[in-house]
Design a protein around this ligand. Sequence first.
Ligand code: MOS
Length: 765
Amino acid sequence: NAIIGGVRAVLGQVPASWLPGGTPDPLIDKRVALGGQQSRIDGPDKVRGAARFAAEVAMEDLLYAAFVHSTIARGRIADLDVSDAEAAPGVALVMTYRNAPRIGVPPPIGLTNLKAAGNHTLPILQDPEIHWNGQVVAVVLAETREQADHAASLVRVRYDAAPARTRFEEGKTSASMPESILVERNRLDKGNAGQKFAQAAVTIDGVYTTPWESHAPIEPHAATIAWRDGKLIVHDATQMIHATAGSFAKVFGLKAEDVHVSSPYVGGGFGAKALWDHQILGVAAAKLAGRPVRVALSRASMHRLIGGRTRTEQRVALAADADGKLTALLHHGYGVKPRHSVCDEGFSLTGRSLYACESFDIVQHNVELDLLANSFMRGPGETPGTFAIECAMDELAHALGMDPIELRRRNAATCDPVSGAPHSQSAMMEAYDLGAARIGWHRRAPRPCTRRDGEWWIGIGCATGTFPFTRMPGTSARITLDANGDAHVASAAQEMGMGTATVQRQHAADRLGLPLERVTVAIGDSRLPFASFAGGSSQTASLAAAISAASGKLAIQLMRLAGNDTPLAGLKPNEIEFAEGGLRSVEDPARHESFASILRRAGRGELSAIGESGAPLEVLKYSMHSTSAIFCELRVSEVTGEIRVDRLVGAFDCGRILNAKTAASQFKGGMIMGLGMALTEETLLDERTGRIMSTSLADYHVPVHLDVPDIDVLWTDIPDPRTPLGARGIGEIGTTGVAAAVANAVFNATGKRVRDLPLTLDKLF
Ligand code: MOS
C-alpha cells in the first residue's frame, strides 16, 4: 500500500521495459559477473582500517559535542544553570534553547518527498518544552570529548513536570487508527470473518506480544560537521544521503547546492541511520561556535535519541475447516506511535498477503505516548507481524493434528488473497521443500515433548518470512565511458556493508558487456546523481533500474557518434546490444565496434549518460512479495529453562540472487537479528517515568558469537520477470519469521507455548 501510494505520486514518470505487458529484463538469467561470488570491493579498506567512517574524518580546529538529556517525559524547563559548565576546562560553547540559532523543523521522511529525512515533527532545541524523557536540553562543545562529557555533567536543569502518558495499558484506551505511509488503508474487513470464525470446525485465538527494541549497530551515530563560507559540509553516517542533505537545506534555509553530505561507509544501518536530532544540533552548534564540530553519540545517547521498534500486542484468531483450509483470519493489534513520530510499525500488513483465506478482519491501532519517536527497524511491520501470524499457524496445525508445513501447503496463496492480483513470481512452497530437506524435517517428532537428550528437550520448528518488493522512483545513475572504453558508474547510493557498489559493478559489467575490472562504481556522496535511500530493501532494484536506463541512453548516444563509417551503420536501437566492450549487431556478431573506437573516431575523450529508475508501475498490477521458510532446531533445559539454538536454516524465495556471497551475508545477518528478537533483545522502559533504562550493550542484549548457531541459507533463485535483473529485495526478509520459528521449536520441544518475546527462561517453566 505504501508503495502504491508512492507510485501514484509520481505517475508522471515513464516506465521501462519490464513493466506490465513489457518484456522481462534481458539480464534476468544472464550469468557472467552476476550470480558470482565477488567479495565486497569495500572489504580490503575496512580490514586495513583505511576506510574513513563519519567519526574519523580529520578536521582542523575541531570541537567535540556532548548532550544533556531531559529526565522527565513531559513538561517544560523551569530553570537552566549552565555557568559551571561554561567555566569548565576546554569548553567553547554551551547551547540551549535560549541561544540556539532559530531553525526550521526537518521535513518528515516519506515516499512523496525523497529529500526529507525527519523522523519526528518537533522543533529541535527551540523552546523549553519537553516531549520525551531523553530529549536534548543542552549541547556542550569542548576541545576534547572528555572535556565535553565532563562539562555536560555540570549543567543543572529544573523542570516543571506535566502529567505524561507513558504506560502502554493506559494509552490503549485512547488508541487511534493510523493514517500512515505504511498502513494506507488500515481496516480490512472482507468476507464476514467473525461469522466464519464462529462456525468453523477448528479455531485458535491468542495474543502475542513483542517488546520495545532499540537499534544497536556496531557504529553509533556520528557526524563531522563544518561550515565554510556559508556552505555546509557534513560527513555523516546515513542510509539516506540526499534526504539528509535536503533536510539540512530546509532546516537551515540553504540552497540545495550549498549542502554537501558525504557518507562513503556506514557501520550498520538497519533503519536507524537517518536524520535525528544529533546532526541538526551539531550543525546548529557549529554555526554558533564558528568552528567544526564532531558529534559521536555514546551508546546511552543513542538509546535516548534514536528511536527503535515499538512494543506490539497482537491478537490473531484463525479458523479452518477439517481439512485445514483457512476460513477466517483475524488480526487485531496495538503498537505505539507517539504523536510526533513519523514512522510506524505496519505489523498488520503481514496477514494480507501470505495465505489464501475466505475472510479477513484486520485492524491496527496506534497508542500515543509521550516517548521518543519510533524509527524503522529491519523488516518493519513484517518482523513483529510474522511472529504473531506464524506462531498462530503453528498453533492451528497443532489443533488440527497436521504437519505445520502441510498446513501451509494447503493454504499457500496462488495470487494476492485480498486484491486477487497475480504474483509476479512466488515459490514459497519450493522454499519450504529446500529448507525442510536441509534441516532434516523428517526427524521432527509430530508430538511435543517427545525427543530428549539428558536434561535437554529437543525440538524443531518452522515459520514463513515475508517482505514486499519495493523500488523507489527518482533514483538516478550516471555512466561515463572513458577514452579506453572503461565504464564509471556514479550515484549517491549508500553502503552500509551489504555490497551496494560490489553488486552494481557486476550489474554494470554485464549490462555493458565489459569485464568486471573495466568498471568502477562511485557512491556515498550528495554531489553524485540523486539516489533515494538504502531502505525498504529497495536500493538494489532502484539503482539497477537507473543503471539500465542510463545504458539505454548511452547506446543511443554511441550510435549517433558512430555515424555511418562503422560496421554498425544502419542498425536500429533494438538491433544492437552491448558486448565485448562495445556495441554489436544482435543478428550478426561480426558487426561490432568498441566504445574506445567510437569515441576516438568522434574525437571524444569521454561520453556519459544519466538514467532514472522510473515509477515502479508493475506493483499496481502484480502482487510482489518475497517469502522464506525458516527452520530452527534447538534444545531447552528442563532444569533451567535455558534455550540453546543448535541450527537455523533459511530458505529464501526472493527472485534471482545477484551475488551469492553478499546475499548469504544479508540473509544470515537478518536471521541473527531475528534470533536476538527471539531470545534476548528487549528495551527496558520504566513506564512510571518513560525513561529507557537499558542504555548499553551490557543491558540491551544482542546476540554474540556464542549465541549464534550454525546458520544455513539457501534460495530458490527463480528470476522475477517483473523486476530489474529478476531480483527482489533481500535486505530485510532475513529478520522475519525467525522469532516464530524459534518459538514454534520451543513448543515442539517442551509443549510450552510462549507468546511473549523475548523467550527468556523465566517464561519457560
Ligand atoms: Mo530499513 S528498516 O528499510 O533500513
